[in-house]
Design a protein around this ligand. Structure first.
Ligand SMILES: CCCCCCCC/C=C\CCCCCCCC(=O)N[C@@H](CO)[C@H](O)/C=C/CCCCCCCCCCCCC
Ligand SMILES: [Ca+2]
Ligand SMILES: [Zn+2]
Length: 275
């Protein structure tokens, strides 16, 4: 018996359950065509939050750099690929999901990584962005070597961001920024707890008849990214466009206990200055 032909192998990577990863939610429980129904549907949160964040970040992006919009445009695609992955549990779905996360992280790092953490041989943001691009291309190719470890490697960036935030917030006296930092970290801790429990505690959650932790992770991580990235963008605005007097506000209402954080520019903008 000979092996598979290359076209059969190609078709194989698209086929249902061709990924080595299977999340705790029961397969085909709610539909014959959707492998993990709740995990698929919970990605709806990406489609809801991405346009809201694009709209809220626009005044800051217009002043700083329109490339900032790439983060939430890409997050929309992360949601799309993640939904496709959970719908099929295919190898292609897994790689699209993980590679899109890697590229959002790369864009975020290229735009927002604080200058004071640049390696000494990197002189400006343009050189740093080229370095990020090179590392991301190499990482994208390496991700095919052992795909089962990709998700763990990606989660290390969450820890790295936590470290950067901790150093940045050490001397911060701005109460609104401190509150946003605490909320972002709390959401990330809750999210990662769900991800780890789903991965390693599945038999317990099956006994509890509650196998939806990975879906909850989707919802919590989108909120953590909305809160965390706004905080990083706010710190960036203070350093990079201080004349615009950046401030933090919540949408739709300042007084509500929950809302979407965003940056307001209270000072003169470059555009106004020129007039
Ligand atoms: C100074 C740097 C600033 C960078 C800001 C960039 C912000 C965007 C970052 C990450 C996007 C995360 C998207 C999560 C998608 C979830 C899809 C998913 O569930 N995929 C799983 C399979 O279905 C897969 O197993 C998950 C892999 C792990 C991904 C980990 C991503 C790291 C998230 C870091 C978030 C930090 C939030 C801030 C906390 C203070
Ligand atoms: Ca499953
Ligand atoms: Zn997922």
């Amino acid at each position: 018996m000979t092996g598979f032909s290359s076209s059969e192998k190609m078709a194989g990577v698209f086929s249902y359950e061709s990924s080595e990863i299977d999340w705790c939610e029961d397969n085909y429980r709610h539909s014959d065509h959707v492998v993990e129904y709740f995990n698929t549907m919970s990605n709806f949160v990406f489609f809801l939050v991405s346009p809201i964040m694009l709209y809220l970040l626009h005044p800051y992006a217009k002043e700083r750099n329109l490339a900032i919009h790439m983060v939430w445009i890409m997050m929309f695609f992360v949601g799309l690929f993640s939904a496709y992955f959970h719908m099929t549990l295919s190898f292609v779905g897994q790689m699209l999901d993980e590679l899109s996360i890697l590229w959002v992280l790369a864009i975020g790092y290229a735009i927002w990584f604080p200058r004071k953490f640049f390696p000494s041989y990197v002189k400006d943001r343009s050189t740093f962005s080229k370095l990020v691009l090179l590392v991301t291309i190499i990482s994208s190719l390496s991700s095919f070597v052992k795909p089962t470890i990709n998700a763990y490697a990606l989660n290390c960036f969450g820890l790295h961001m936590l470290y950067i935030l901790a150093v940045e917030m050490r001397c911060c006296m701005d109460q609104k920024a401190l509150r946003l930092a605490k909320l972002s970290v709390a959401l990330w801790v809750l999210a990662i707890t769900c991800w780890v429990s789903d991965r390693f505690g599945c038999s317990f959650w099956q006994q509890m008849n509650f196998c939806y932790l990975h879906g909850l992770w989707h919802i919590l991580i989108v909120m953590a990214v909305a809160y965390g990235s706004t905080l990083i963008a706010y710190l960036d605005a203070i350093y990079e466009i201080p004349y615009s007097l950046p401030g933090l506000q919540y949408w739709p209402c300042e007084k509500w206990p929950v809302g979407f954080p965003h940056i307001v520019l209270k000072g003169t903008t470059k555009t106004q200055k020129r007039c």
